[in-house]
Design a protein around this ligand. Sequence first.
Ligand SMILES: Nc1ncnc2c1ncn2[C@@H]1O[C@H](COP(=O)(O)OP(=O)(O)OP(=O)(O)O)[C@@H](O)[C@H]1O
Length: 269
Amino acid sequence: MSKVIMRVNALAKSFSQKGAELRVLNKISMDIHESEFICVIGPSGCGKSTLLKCIGGIQPPSTGTIVLDGMTYEQGIPSQVLRKFGFVFQSNNLLPWRTAEKNLRLMLEVLKVKEFDWEQRMDEMLQIVGLAQYKDVFPHELSGGMRQRVGIARALVHNPEILLMDQPFGALDAITRKMLSYEMLNIWKQTKKTIIMVTNNVEEALLLANRIFVFSPLPGEIVSEIEVDIPLEERGQDIASNKRYIELRTLINQVIRQGHAAEAKRLAT
Ligand SMILES: Nc1ncnc2c1ncn2[C@@H]1O[C@H](COP(=O)(O)OP(=O)(O)OP(=O)(O)O)[C@@H](O)[C@H]1O
């Protein structure tokens, strides 16, 4: 396996809510290898987004550490580390008064990127997401799926090491969501970026991930780590009939159900 690019060590996170402490994440430890596609799946409200925010330096963990490229960060994040991330959220947050290309350019401006020719880089990224001919178009002139693809191109434009995606297709209709998840697989094959994606969709995780972390209900803990040993060439339109896919889908759904049952029991006692 490729080298470990990120190590999350015994991470925990609590918030203070209405004067009480709410433990959201507990004992999260994971090693992420270069070029892995990791999916994090679990019940609503179990702390998945919070984990991405801690990893991306948007929120500090309460305890525990994150080591990226040998650099440890706990509270806040050094700017040279921040640049190593690209973010894609459920709402694409494109600036409506900027064209697709100018939304990408903003990222390069903010991060003061010097490494590459901006025009060429923006063209390449729009090409990768299949929107080369839409560079001068404004967000309101694009479909929801296309806007999300611009969001993905923008997250990649500064050449981050890790792409953090928080339910990136969650706001899309079912057909567009499926189409975009196949495109995401192609984007990953082309870029070989390390990706950590939060999703609530087991099928999507099985199509894309090489490893899936299943979280328990609040406080989120890793209850299962599943290696998705379905070869890439079998991850096409007919994946739903793949024997291993069906086995893993049953397994993950079982783990999630058990977590729900345990939580219901805990609340009842
Ligand atoms: N800034 C905050 N202050 C206080 N509580 C917070 C804050 N952010 C998140 N929480 C709480 O942490 C818990 C986990 O939220 P989080 O958004 O991480 O869950 P999630 O698993 O991503 O949920 P979903 O799948 O529904 O998006 C929730 O109970 C939420 O209310």
